[in-house]
Ligand binder design. Structure first.
Ligand SMILES: [Zn+2]
Length: 198
């Protein structure tokens, strides 16, 4: 079922701000989730032309292309997106793209991640859930509560820094007002997707 209210909201957002990558990304997602993969393709491509490192957009674009009956296009998107996600340490999109490549019967590039040893752990390192690399644990929880605790235990410092930058973009581009419950939900959804939490 296509969410017409959101389609209108993100169409307006992108019409007034043609560089709004998250607006185009969100518009594509609403179309894909609403069962209109064909219509999702153009806004997702637009989001990627604004920001080619937006790895989650490759996942949605490939799914849209598959849904629209273009597996060759999806495969090309996935090869490119997989490389981007791999370089940036975006574990969740990378794994989703590996699964889609397998579904399409295509080869998945190899990867051997670094493993956390007791020595590295004693030196303040953790195996990060987002990038799957061994990286420095933050000196303290980024914020209070169970989510802050989960992030402290499972997300490396550099990845959380990346989220701070991305989170600012989410607030600005999607015009969120965090005192408002539905804005807070949108923000949390982006944070959990970015950090590979659930
Ligand atoms: Zn990390």
């Amino acid at each position: 079922m296509l969410d017409e209210v959101k389609v209108r909201q993100f169409t307006e957002l992108t019409a007034t701000d043609p560089q709004n990558e998250l607006g185009f990304f969100s518009l594509g997602r609403v179309y894909l989730e609403g069962g209109s993969p064909q219509q999702a393709i153009a806004p997702l491509m637009r989001a990627l032309s604004i920001n080619p490192s937006l790895s989650r957009a490759y996942v949605l674009l490939a799914q849209s292309q598959i849904g629209a009956g273009d597996p060759e296009g999806a495969q090309a998107t996935l090869f490119k997106g997989y490389r981007v996600a791999q370089e940036q340490g975006d574990l969740m999109p990378r794994n989703q793209m590996a699964d889609l490549l397998k579904e399409l019967g295509a080869a998945v590039p190899e990867d051997t991640p670094q493993k956390l040893t007791p020595e590295l752990q004693a030196a303040g390192q953790i195996q990060c859930r987002r990038c799957n690399r061994v990286g420095p644990k933050m000196p303290k929880r980024p914020f209070s509560g169970p989510l802050g605790e989960q992030i402290h235990e499972s997300i490396c410092g550099p990845c959380f820094q990346l989220w701070i930058r991305q989170g600012t973009k989410v607030i600005n581009e999607l015009r969120l007002n965090l005192t408002d419950r539905s804005s807070q939900d949108v923000y949390d959804q982006h944070m959990k997707e970015f950090l590979n939490l659930n």
